[in-house]
Design a protein around this ligand. Structure first.
Ligand SMILES: NC(=O)c1ccc[n+]([C@@H]2O[C@H](COP(=O)([O-])OP(=O)(O)OC[C@H]3O[C@@H](n4cnc5c(N)ncnc54)[C@H](OP(=O)(O)O)[C@@H]3O)[C@@H](O)[C@H]2O)c1
Length: 333
């Protein structure tokens, strides 16, 4: 496994990160524990969870905590082997302090996560979503407090745009507070909205750790136009988790699958390799239901895609428009 830097934290992480959003259901506790151990045995040292995760049972505002509890059991005796990330800010109860990024919510949520995870520190604490009701200074002052207490080793954000990352960096400079080290965004070869933000992350040493790189399973080739939905797939078990207009995407995927063939890769391997070839990528968070699915992701992380195929991919699933200077200047060092 070739490890990559997690931005300015200096922490080294595997290019595949184990996602745990399905821990509880459909991945039951026993299976989840085995899967976590198998991932560690494969060389995966990075695990992503959140205080709200409880598998397909989740509804907005339900208490969460299921995935963290399972991980707490799975990591007994193995805690030091992994870089553990969890998140705060998503709604996990009906109360006014059960959502958002106030100091009260963060401090309470962290204590609850540490208890469930059966650990006294989190390696990477992630702000799950922007909270427009709390000034960034307030949120960052809480991050600084728990960082100084040694309860978190670094902090990152999720679902934030580049201008919001910029505000975090600016405030960290202003007050001497810890810098944001990672950005977790939805990103895949089918969903490239954040593409233009990646260069900002390169320039400011922010690690990108995208989620849904397999687009919930669409990018594995298991769904085909005119063919029945496979039994036991996400579209079969929890269609709400795959709310994309499938038909146009299926056409793009057929074309993408042919390109994967040119690179001598399967579609899921190719999708993983494509994402890892993008700027600022540190580790891809993949959701899996079995060891076999995890092994596919790990194989994809070892592959590389020739430049001419990457160009052909841009014609099938183009990047978002980007305004560029109509000239270039030589560097002046
Ligand atoms: N920060 C956020 O807001 C946020 C949001 C969403 C997710 N996440 C993180 O990202 C992780 C991944 O998200 P995700 O599970 O939605 O997306 P994903 O990784 O794109 O999709 C995972 C699903 O694809 C299918 N799959 C995976 N590998 C496969 C293979 N080799 N062959 C066939 N099918 C395969 C499996 O579903 P089936 O076998 O059931 O079809 C699996 O559950 C989560 O666990 C979580 O840690 C973060």
């Amino acid at each position: 496994m070739k490890y990559r830097r997690l931005g300015s934290s200096g922490i080294l992480v595997s290019p595949i990160c184990l996602g745990t959003m399905t821990y509880g259901s459909p991945v039951r506790e026993n299976e989840a524990v085995k899967l976590t151990h198998a991932a560690i045995d494969l060389g995966i040292n990075f695990i992503d969870t959140a205080n709200v995760y409880e598998g397909y049972s989740r509804v907005l505002g339900s208490p969460g905590g299921v995935a963290e509890e399972i991980l707490g059991k799975a990591l007994r005796g193995k805690r030091e082997k992994v870089i553990l990330a969890t998140k705060v800010g998503g709604p996990n109860g009906p109360g006014p302090q059960d959502v958002g990024m106030s100091v009260t919510t963060i401090l309470n949520a962290l204590e609850a996560s540490l208890k469930r995870l059966a650990t006294d520190y989190v390696d990477l604490y992630i702000i799950h979503w922007p909270d427009k009701h709390t000034p960034l200074e307030t949120t960052l002052s809480a991050m600084e407090t728990i960082y100084r207490q040694g309860k978190i080793r670094a902090f990152g954000v999720s679902n934030h745009m580049a201008y919001q990352l910029c505000e975090f960096l600016w405030l960290a400079d202003k007050y001497g507070w810890p810098k944001v080290v990672s950005s977790q965004i939805p990103f895949s070869l089918l969903k490239r909205d954040f593409q233009n933000d990646l260069e900002f992350c390169v320039d400011h040493d922010i690690a990108v750790t995208p989620y849904q790189v397999l687009q919930g399973g669409l990018l594995t080739g298991k769904y085909k136009s005119g063919k029945p939905v496979p039994n036991g797939s996400r579209l079969d078990e929890s269609p709400g988790w795959l709310s994309y207009p499938l038909v146009p995407l299926l056409d793009q995927m057929d074309a993408t699958e042919s390109l994967a063939g040119e690179a001598a890769l399967t579609l899921p391997q190719y999708s993983v390799a494509w994402s890892l070839a993008q700027p600022a990528m540190a580790s891809l968070i993949v959701g899996v239901k079995s060891l076999a699915q995890l092994e596919v992701a790990v194989e994809g992380a070892k592959a590389s895609i020739p430049a001419e195929i990457l160009v052909k991919q841009d014609a099938i699933t183009p990047p978002p428009y980007r305004h560029r200077a109509p000239f270039s200047r030589p560097h002046q060092n």
